[in-house]
Design a protein around this ligand. Structure first.
Ligand SMILES: [Zn+2]
Ligand SMILES: [Zn+2]
Length: 225
């Protein structure tokens, strides 16, 4: 599976394109903004979008999702084929608050997409002969998920885990205890060699974060994004 990131929007979110190059299908993760840029890249790679996944419901990650889903559906090979939007149901309330959040940040009016597929722990998303597994990793938000691509030893962590940091746990719906528990109990057991593709910032590995991330040593609480 090809994994490509594009940093989009005012919050510098890493949107991801997960592509099965033999079937020319893609899953797009966190299209927070910049629909045209994302579609141009998909076109350049000759990919059709099969689904859109949000790692969680925060504005930065879903602000452009409705626009993207609608535009991707218009461009798909069969124009009447909808592109499903996938989110964990525990972030439905956060998603619904998108218009107020956009207003608060002085951004153009935004409305959320409907949740077509509710993600749940251990659910799989098929992309041709390749598979993405959903891990429910609450803490930064109640419905935060990570995407595990075992064949590539790759993990998309959204705002759960960053290089040298973790997601914020001082905002409504977040919990530092749950966040650290999710990382220690669900992510670290996947193995030190796993490459982490976070929702903001640069790539890292689980081993590197396990050994050096100050937020996971019990000394610090807080985090970013
Ligand atoms: Zn977030
Ligand atoms: Zn974020």
């Amino acid at each position: 599976m090809r994994i490509e990131s594009l940093t989009v929007g005012p919050f510098a979110v890493n949107a991801y394109i997960l592509a099965n190059e033999s079937t020319s299908e893609a899953i797009v993760v966190d299209p927070g903004a910049d629909t045209e840029r994302l579609l141009a890249r998909l076109d350049a790679l000759g990919l059709r979008v099969r689904s859109v996944v949000a790692t969680h419901g925060h504005l930065a990650h879903v602000g452009g999702a409705r626009d993207f889903v609608e535009a991707a559906a218009r461009r798909s090979d069969a124009p009447s084929t909808p592109v499903p939007f996938c989110l964990h149901a525990d972030d439905a309330a956060i998603l619904a608050s998108l218009p107020e959040r956009a207003l608060l940040f002085g951004l153009p009016p935004a409305s959320p997409p409907g949740i077509d597929v509710e993600l749940s722990d251990s659910a799989t998303l098929e992309l041709g002969d390749e598979t993405v597994t959903i891990l429910h990793t609450p803490g930064h938000s109640p419905g935060s998920v990570c995407l595990w691509i075992e064949s590539e030893r790759a993990l998309l962590t959204g705002d759960v885990l960053f290089s040298g940091s973790v997601g914020r746990s001082d905002i409504e719906g977040s919990s530092a205890t749950r966040l650290v528990g999710s990382i220690r109990e669900r992510l670290f057991p996947l193995g030190d060699d796993v490459t982490v593709f976070p929702g903001h910032g640069s790539k890292t590995t689980l081993g590197n974060e396990r050994e050096t991330n100050p937020f996971l040593s019990g000394q610090l609480l807080g985090g970013d994004a």
